[in-house]
Design a protein around this ligand. Structure first.
Ligand code: PAF
Length: 252
């Protein structure tokens, strides 16, 4: 596994003989890898000749600077977990990714303003911009995204179609702990008590008859509810517990 920090070096590699005639699967991440990411890498491994992983804590998608500061950074552990699954790991710097200081950006003007976007202004501009940059750099045949971040997945897929990007966006099922909580890099910030309590989040989302009932029951269970919404056969929600923000998505 080759770990590359330098984007010029990476671009030379990508254009070189190592990639010639090989299909490339790409898993973009912000690190703090867990079994959910491993499932994305395994699928990319099965479906492509070569697998590229990126690890980049993207500053432009954080509307809350404290959240950015608290985001776990665990590069050594991430590389150990990716060994044998990824062939190349791209770990760029923020200066290299944003040579224009974020003057150019991708803005979607409808779905990105709802739900998650309504609570995190500018979040999806940051996500779409960095994903477009990464897709241009990696030039994969397939890129893998988890369904937990349902809104992100829809927006990335539509961007790829609208901008005629030659990539297949592959949706992968959410990986959950035994008690049903979706795996997330943020779960590790929960105390054992809050982690046990968090199991009620997906259960209530699945069981409630409508979004309003789910929101009420989540509040009764002690969560601070950002939103619960039913949208095109999916239920999306974000809650906070101990100041940690968790999101989830279940199919109705
Ligand atoms: O889902 C994530 O981890 C991030 O939003 C992504 C897609 C890597 C962009 O920074």
């Amino acid at each position: 596994m080759d770990v590359i920090h330098d984007l010029s070096l990476w671009r030379n590699r990508r254009a070189g003989p190592e990639f010639a005639g090989r299909t490339v699967g790409f898993v973009p991440t912000m690190g703090a890898l867990h079994r959910g990411h491993v499932a994305l890498l395994e699928r990319a491994r099965r479906e492509n000749d070569a697998v590229v992983l990126s690890i980049f804590v993207n500053p432009t998608q954080f509307n809350d600077q404290q959240d950015l500061a608290n985001y776990p950074r665990t590069l050594a552990g991430d590389l150990a977990l990716a060994e044998g699954l990824a062939d190349w790991v791209l770990v760029p710097t923020a200066n290299d990714m944003y040579p224009d200081a974020y003057r150019y950006r991708v803005t979607e003007t409808a779905l990105s303003l709802e739900y998650e976007g309504a609570h995190r202004p500018g979040h999806f501009d940051g996500v779409l911009t960095v994903v477009l940059k990464l897709l241009n750099l990696v030039a994969p045949h397939r890129a893998y995204f988890g369904e937990k971040d349902w809104q992100q997945l829809q927006l990335v897929r539509a961007m790829a179609a609208d901008f005629f990007l030659p990539v297949e966006i592959v949706a992968c099922p959410t990986v959950r702990d035994d008690d049903g909580l979706a795996l997330s890099s943020r779960n590790r910030r929960l105390s054992p008590k809050a982690r046990a309590q968090a199991a009620a989040f997906p259960r209530i989302l699945r069981e409630a008859s409508d979004a309003q009932t789910a929101a009420r029951r989540l509040a009764e269970a002690g969560f601070s509810v950002d939103y619960v919404a039913d949208h095109e056969g999916s239920r999306l929600a974000a809650i906070r517990i101990e100041g940690v923000r968790l999101i989830d998505h279940v199919r109705l």
